[in-house]
Design a protein around this ligand. Structure first.
Ligand code: ZN
Length: 113
């Protein structure tokens, strides 16, 4: 168990890589990067291939004991390459992240402990 990677504890089966866990004013900040495969354009369903940009989204999770947990997740914006599509770009979704994360809060406690 000690050699288990933090990704496997926090986000089992989800395409994210954890860069670090830090303490910020009593909150636990989990820095993560999406490694999910490119998704499809939500408008026209075309498979995305080109990354437009990256940005950070913050997911505020329920507390672990008395501490808040904040996930800073770096997600990608993709171009939609279909010329007729009305969405030139879109932000990826990481399937299952928040629900799976909630389930594994105990895992986080164990990993930190
Ligand atoms: Zn599209």
């Amino acid at each position: 168990m000690a050699s288990k990677k933090v990704e496997d504890v926090l986000f089992p089966g989800i395409g994210v890589r954890v860069k670090g866990v830090s303490d910020s004013s009593g909150s636990l900040v989990v820095e993560a990067v999406s490694t999910a495969r490119p998704g499809r354009c939500p408008t026209c369903r075309k498979q995305a291939r080109r990354v437009h940009s990256r940005h950070q989204s913050a997911l505020d999770e329920r507390p672990l004991g008395s501490r808040r947990i904040i996930i800073r997740l770096q997600v990608r914006r993709y171009f939609c390459d279909r010329r007729s599509c009305s969405s030139p770009s879109f932000v990826e979704q990481v399937p299952g992240l928040s629900t799976r994360y909630r389930r594994s809060s105990i895992g986080l406690a164990g990993w930190l402990g």
